[in-house]
Design a protein around this ligand. Sequence first.
Ligand code: SF4
Length: 705
Amino acid sequence: STSPAALAAATDTHCPYCSLQCGMRLSPGADKAGADTVLEVLERPDFPVNRGALCGKGRTAPALLARGARLTGPLLRDRPGAPLRSASWPEALDRVAAGLARTRAEHGADAVGVFGGGGLTNEKAYLLGKFARVVLGTANIDYNGRFCMSSAAAAHRRAFGLDRGLPFPLADIPHTGCLILVGGNPAETMPPAVRYFRELRENGGRLIVVDPRRTRTAELADLHLQPRPGGDLALALGLLHLVIADGLVDRGFIDRRTTGFEAARESAMAHWPDRVERITGVPAHQLRAAARMFGGAASGMVLTARGPEQQSKGTDTVGAWINLCLATGNAGRRYAGYGCLTGQGNGQGGREHGQKADQLPGYRSIEDPAARRHVAAVWGVDPESIPGPGRSAYELLDGLGRPGGVRALLLAGSNPAVSAPNAGHVTERLRALDLLVVADLVLSETARLADVVLPVTQWAEEDGTTTNLEGRVILRRRALDPPEGVRSELWLLRELAARLGVPQGFPTDAEQAFAELGRASAGGDADYAGISYQRIAAEDGVFWPCPAPDHPGTPRLFLDRFATPDGRARFADVTHRPAAEEPDQAYPLYLTTGRVLAQYQSGAQTRRVAELNQAAPGPFVELHPRLAERLGVADGEPVAVTSRRGRAVAPARITDAIRPDTVFMPFHWAGAGRANSLTNPALDPVSRMPEFKLCAVRVERAHLE
Ligand code: SF4
């Protein structure tokens, strides 16, 4: 069990959940009501990101450490259809190693796959990527961050030559003149960040929120634009049209620091306000007001989140918003620019260290010969032995158990049976595997399908770094001993590597793994070479790139030049196009999905915390009163939502905060109310992001199932 004896004193660390990575202090607490949770969360006002503030998820996080909430020993299924039973670590690891080796021998290395997570520490993400490439020799490794911010990452890289979620600290937000927040709801997803938006308004700055729902965040705004789902690309083009027409562009900046404006201008000029109103449903007068507010401000920022990003045109949509920043001179200077609010705890670091199908540590392209040589030298292998790019997350899941697809999968820190698009289909594919191995803290819906379940340590039980949404590398500290039967992923990767014939190269000490990660990242985009555990602790985190121990780190990127070969930012040549699936007669409404305040992602963790469950006990379908009347549905009555892929049933929540042509479901739950039974896996051609954020549905009265 968790052991109070292991707690010498209070430990400064960080929340296990979202990308804000709030600082907190863990202190030995009373053993409440017989539970073996022995930590109390205290505020840590000195940590600059959240300055002490925490949301309910962070405050209740120690409940995750309690024995009843989590796995405490390996589980194993003797044959398909048999129940999971307890197993010893050697038995479980032998079974995994034998299964992986057999699949590789019979079907080739690419028939073995790895699926990681954006909640894993940097050290785990790094060693998982190394394990896939060096031990398994497979190209097929990807992670659930592909479902999170990959479109923003692709657009960021295309425009600026480098992707870091926020190229400036959150503390810059209150100093900008006008901020447009597109498809994000931090008031529910990361409440301590809302302070920055409030301070912006107190300083006289303006806040514009773009969202099909009038969310708690939208209620804070000077102006709320409420487009149809999928309308964000046209909206950005319409705003660019107006700032050009009104003479609000920064010609000097465009000439000095960018390329490609002419094509972007031409496209924008074809999106005149009336046309944009028809496409998006946003009245032209609101569009004009927004253009004046943003274009007329002395400085401006645009932040995107999952709304514009989780679309089959997500990269182009983000590109259109970046165009607006570039045309108005709002990039590459203080208090201005484009940024993405990442979602998962290590959404930023998780994508930098090699668990992405197309990248190597240091955020390098896996196809770049120099990058391959550098990383191969750190790993002590032949560059030729490193596989090329593999399948993206949904393509990997969709191919499970099929000819030419992955047949044995090692999955860590992810719950795709709830969180993947078209989740019913993905669940079938997971069942079709010859071998499914899941490393997790809890018996998630995906772990229930596994042949072997490996229980792993978590935030307060181990040291490890994450990188928050600002690019600030922070350190989570071990505050207590893990339960007896639980092991770190670092340990189990070493054990598996040794069983598969690679006895060296997999440190179990997180600090040692971090030092190797630093060497592997040296010279890459996300250069961690100058960052150490000591520095992080002493400096409240260090911003990458930080190439040397005496380098101060880089809180603000692009001030002198952008990271493109010619140092100039690139406008994207983009135009409006419909979503992969628009409403029609059979499926006449839009569905959009998102999160609620008291739950997190697939809910695998937060659904096990009593206080959070009380606050948000289950799924619901938000619909407009006019739609409810047409359907004859009263508040709280069950409704069935059906798409071309599946059906979900949940109580109606009637609110005029949503458009009458759109319904909303949160995606934290499994079972009959699983929102991702409905969502569309149509992929963005550049980022391979599925179109989670909208699909066509029909809604009817129903009985709760
Ligand atoms: Fe944790 Fe995010 Fe809440 Fe902060 S905002 S306490 S990091 S869940």
